[in-house]
Design a binder for this molecule. Structure first.
Ligand code: ADP
Length: 308
């Protein structure tokens, strides 16, 4: 096998009570990549379609992630990467993670799969560090492992795949304004009160338990963020009205996706997701920002091979 074409999905990280630790993978939204093994040594990004991003290996998350895996498994052969972007950079639904995870997944396939999905997380994180200023795993983990993941630790890497309740459905609103991860990180307060910390870990524990038991009522009670959302939501147009309307339309919870500007709602079933999508549309349409709404099941598989 000398070439692999993959679908590398978008993902939602910072899932309310799971800031920096919980993420899930989307089904219909994502990029495509072609990774090719070539005789001449070295690593090249030969093509990027759909976004204006650097071809320079050192300036592209895919390049840095690919370098990381090749450092751990040195090769005589070289590799070429083509990236077909559908996920807008800086959208908050894991554009950089899709590229970083896709690059290491593709190279691992062409090397004969020396690494497990869990082991690939570390390499993809080295790429992610370029986009956000610090290495984080909560987007690349669900993209590489599939479904919903919990990052217990990044040093050493310890990521747990959580169960996906059958009817769990996501609604994503991407208002097309750019909000840099680095800026959204800067505004977060450095200290947390004991009271808020207790609320947050209570909610996170309850949410994980709810996933295991398919307890949608408990999911709804625990999808809360007492720490980050009050600050970051100020950067997102109409956040409070979008949240209120989504909950009224039946959403289990509503929050910021990644570092924004995208927001997400989780629902029980596609029918409710459609109602939430309509409620969101009615609020966002009149304000004149370009936007996209995606409805998605949780993608249990993560990256998919399209052809090889
Ligand atoms: P997102 O959550 O959508 O990934 P980030 O702000 O984390 O948004 O990442 C986007 C940043 O990463 C942009 O500054 C972009 O230029 C940079 N970047 C570098 N390589 C890539 C890539 N292959 N795909 C997407 N973004 C990339």
């Amino acid at each position: 096998m000398d070439q692999v074409k993959i679908f590398t999905p978008a993902s939602v990280a910072n899932v309310s009570c799971g800031f920096d630790v919980l993420g899930f993978c989307l089904e219909p939204v994502g990029d495509e990549m072609v990774i090719r093994k070539v005789e001449s040594s070295g690593l090249k990004i030969t093509k990027i379609v759909g976004e204006s991003l650097p071809l320079d290996v050192k300036k592209n998350v895919a390049g840095l992630a690919a370098e990381a895996i090749l450092k751990a498994h040195p090769q005589k052969a070289g590799f070429e990467i083509e990236i077909y972007k559908n996920i807008k950079a800086g959208s908050g639904i894991g554009s950089s993670a899709a590229s970083a995870a896709g690059a290491v997944f593709g190279i691992n396939e062409l090397l004969g799969k020396p690494f497990t999905a869990h082991e690939l997380i570390a390499f993809a994180m080295e790429g992610e560090a370029l986009a956000s200023g610090s290495a984080h795993a909560d987007n690349v983990a669900p993209v590489l492992m599939g479904g919903i993941t919990l990052v217990r630790s990044i040093n050493p890497i310890d990521v747990i795949q959580l169960p996906t309740p059958k009817e769990l459905t996501a609604v994503i609103l991407h208002p097309k304004i750019e909000l840099k991860t680095m800026h959204a990180r800067e505004i977060i307060k450095k200290n947390v009160t004991m009271e808020k910390a207790i609320q947050q870990w209570g909610n996170l524990g309850a949410f994980v338990s709810a996933l295991f038991n398919e307890d949608y009522g408990l999911m709804s009670r625990s999808l809360k963020d007492e720490i980050i959302e009050p600050v970051r939501s100020l950067l997102i147009p109409e956040f409070d009205s979008l949240k209120k309307a989504s909950i009224s339309a039946g959403a289990l919870g509503f929050g910021i996706s990644g570092s924004g500007p995208s927001v997400y709602a989780l629902t029980k079933g596609m029918k409710t997701a459609q109602k939430v999508s309509k409620a969101i549309d009615e609020i966002i349409s009149p304000i004149g920002i370009d936007f996209e709404i995606h409805l998605s099941n949780i993608n249990d598989q993560g990256i998919k091979i399209l052809s090889n």
